[in-house]
Design a protein around this ligand. Structure first.
Ligand code: ADP
Length: 576
């Protein structure tokens, strides 16, 4: 049944895919077939009509027009010339209407076929609708004028229904065709847009895959549930290093991932993908992948991917191979550490003997002054060596206890008094009573010693150094202000960088290695605090650090202790 229907309504023929000739024939066929049915009906039910000359001529013309549709090379003629056919169709219809007028009624309605064709052709839209209506009018009026009967008002108005109907049909078809054409235009425009978007996205995809295979960084994208969306070649290689021996694939929880120099297995919940699934973003997280000797050190970073509404739809993880860098940093630290140890032992002995000698009776003033110089310089040297050692070894775990920041500050100021006096610097402290804070007092004292000693050191013409401590908002704050040489903007932005020394400090031969402030910053930050500097050349400097009164965040202590949280920038990165 479906097949018959298909055949009847030409369902399988895609009209717009036919040639112009095919389309012209298909457009003419409905009228020709209807006329053929009419011929058959007449032959069966009213044979006398077959001898009517107008009827015969009408049938002949219809056949001739269909033949013309087949035979004329329409595509070689100017484009809408095929519209002649529907216009000429009115002639056989008019003849048929005249020939069968008394026998068959409603034959004039056959004009609907050419009218529809004209209006649906989409060519010369208004003209073709008007032409269809006028041809219908001509079809009903010409016989009135040519006939024997008198041309009366009634004779002219009586058949007007047909042209009116044809005009209405023409307009309706025209409106529907225009809307369909507009829809088609929109669909085609969308189609073109879609195609160009597809092309652009294909180009982007090719670019992305070229970049991903070119970079030497392992890249992994996972969805919200941690399933892999994308993994580049480098990541594939790195992952293979971490597979348990003899296995081809394994979930992240079973990969050989280590922390702390490759010695501690990273617990499943601290592994990069698990952290990414929890929505964490992180950077420079060091991971040791695989077993020695193939083991590699990777710096892992994770960045969330958000959709247009800001919802997390996954995470991109990048694994940068920093094995050589970490090895170089370790070698440097080892070197600094052994050199510093070697220097410290003889220095301590020099200090001890200088102290012993200074206790001897009857020392001449020259000898006292000489021993003073030995003690001062060896103190200075020991401080430098300690700074070097601190940099090389990093710090052991913080030992937070309840302490009084004001007291620590007072101790630091008291210890610096002799040096201040020697440099003509006036030292003073302003503290609001007890400032309770949970901190590692030895480390905080180290920060204060460094800031106070800098304030004195970089006030070569003498001046005032003020240490003031306050508290508020759950934080304690300490400021060390001097009226010394100060610094310009560029120096200011570098003071916390390892081994940085301002040109003035170098020119003035002020002793130092450029390590004290970097160490101080490290200590303050590991307490969960901040340190900053305000300074103007010639006007002095103010260094301010704050610490949380409740002590360092527990994660931070753990991070630098036993957990997997070693970061390249925390003590291990050169010049960081
Ligand atoms: P060092 O003092 O051993 O050189 P630091 O890390 O303590 O190292 O200081 C780094 C640099 O910052 C110093 O060399 C100096 O140029 C500058 N600086 C530090 N404190 C002061 C200060 N109070 N006034 C001016 N410059 C300072």
């Amino acid at each position: 049944m479906d097949k018959v229907l298909d055949l009847l309504i030409l369902n399988r023929v895609k009209f717009h895919t036919l040639s112009l000739r095919g389309r012209v024939v298909m457009s003419q066929l409905p009228l020709s077939i209807t006329m053929l049915f009419l011929l058959a009906g007449t032959w069966i039910f009213y044979p006398p009509l077959l001898s009517d000359p107008q009827f015969r001529l009408s049938m002949l013309l219809n056949a001739a027009l269909l033949a013309a549709c087949f035979l004329v090379p329409w595509d070689k003629l100017p484009y809408p010339s095929f519209l002649l056919i529907p216009l000429l169709d009115f002639v056989p219809i008019a003849l048929l209407r005249e020939g069968t007028g008394s026998v068959l009624t409603g034959v004039g309605l056959l004009a609907a076929f050419p009218v529809i064709w004209l209006a649906a052709s989409g060519q010369l839209p208004k003209l073709s609708v008007i032409a269809g209506a006028l041809a219908s009018l001509a079809m009903v009026w010409i016989p009135v004028f040519l006939g024997d009967a008198a041309v009366t008002f009634k004779a002219l108005t009586h058949p007007l229904l047909v042209p009116f109907m044809m005009l209405a049909i023409g307009i309706t078809v025209r409106v529907m065709t225009a809307s369909m054409m507009e829809q088609q235009r929109v669909v085609e425009a969308k189609d073109a847009e879609l195609r160009s978007l597809l092309e652009a996205s294909g180009r982007r995809e090719r670019l992305l895959s070229a970049v991903l295979s070119a970079v030497d960084v392992g890249v992994l994208a996972v969805d919200e549930a941690g399933n892999t969306i994308l993994r580049n070649r480098r990541q594939e290689e790195l992952r293979r290093l971490a597979l348990p021996p003899g296995e081809e694939d394994a979930p992240e929880s079973r990969l050989e991932l280590y922390a702390d120099g490759g010695s501690t297995v990273i617990p499943a919940q601290d592994r990069p993908i698990r952290r990414a699934v929890r929505g964490e973003s992180f950077s420079e997280h060091l991971i040791w992948m695989g077993r020695k000797p193939q083991q590699r050190v990777l710096s892992a970073s994770a960045q969330a991917m958000l959709d247009d509404s800001g919802r997390r739809e996954g995470t991109v993880l990048a694994f940068n191979d920093v094995t050589e860098l970490v090895a170089a940093v370790d070698a440097k630290n080892e070197f600094l550490s052994s050199v510093s140890h070697e220097l410290r032992t003889p220095l301590t002995s020099i200090q001890g003997y200088a102290e012993l000698l200074s206790m001897a009776p009857d020392l001449s003033p020259n000898m006292v002054s000489g021993l003073d110089t030995i003690t001062r310089n060896s103190d200075q040297l020991l401080k430098l060596v300690n700074d070097l050692l601190g940099t090389a070894a990093g710090f052991s775990e913080l030992q937070p206890v309840q302490a009084d920041l004001a007291e620590i500050a007072a101790q630091a100021v008291a210890a610096a008094e002799p040096k201040a006096a020697a440099g003509g610097v006036t030292l003073s402290t302003h503290s609001l009573g007890d400032l309770e804070v949970v901190c590692d007092p030895a480390r905080v004292r180290q920060v204060l010693d460094n800031l106070v000693s800098n304030a004195i050191k970089y006030s070569p013409q003498g001046g005032d150094v003020t240490v003031s401590c306050t508290e508020g908002d759950g934080m304690v704050e300490c400021r060390v202000a001097d009226t010394g040489m100060g610094m310009g903007a560029e120096e200011r932005s570098n003071v916390f960088t390892r081994f940085f020394r301002s040109p003035e400090a170098r020119r003035g031969s002020i002793p130092g290695l450029g390590l004290g402030l970097a160490l101080s910053k490290d200590i303050v930050e590991r307490h969960g605090g901040t340190i900053s500097c305000i300074s103007e050349p010639g006007a002095g400097s103010v260094f301010t650090f704050t610490l949380p009164a409740d002590g360092p965040p527990s994660t931070d202590i753990a991070d630098h202790g036993s957990s997997s949280g070693r970061r390249l920038s925390a003590g291990a990165q050169p010049g960081a």
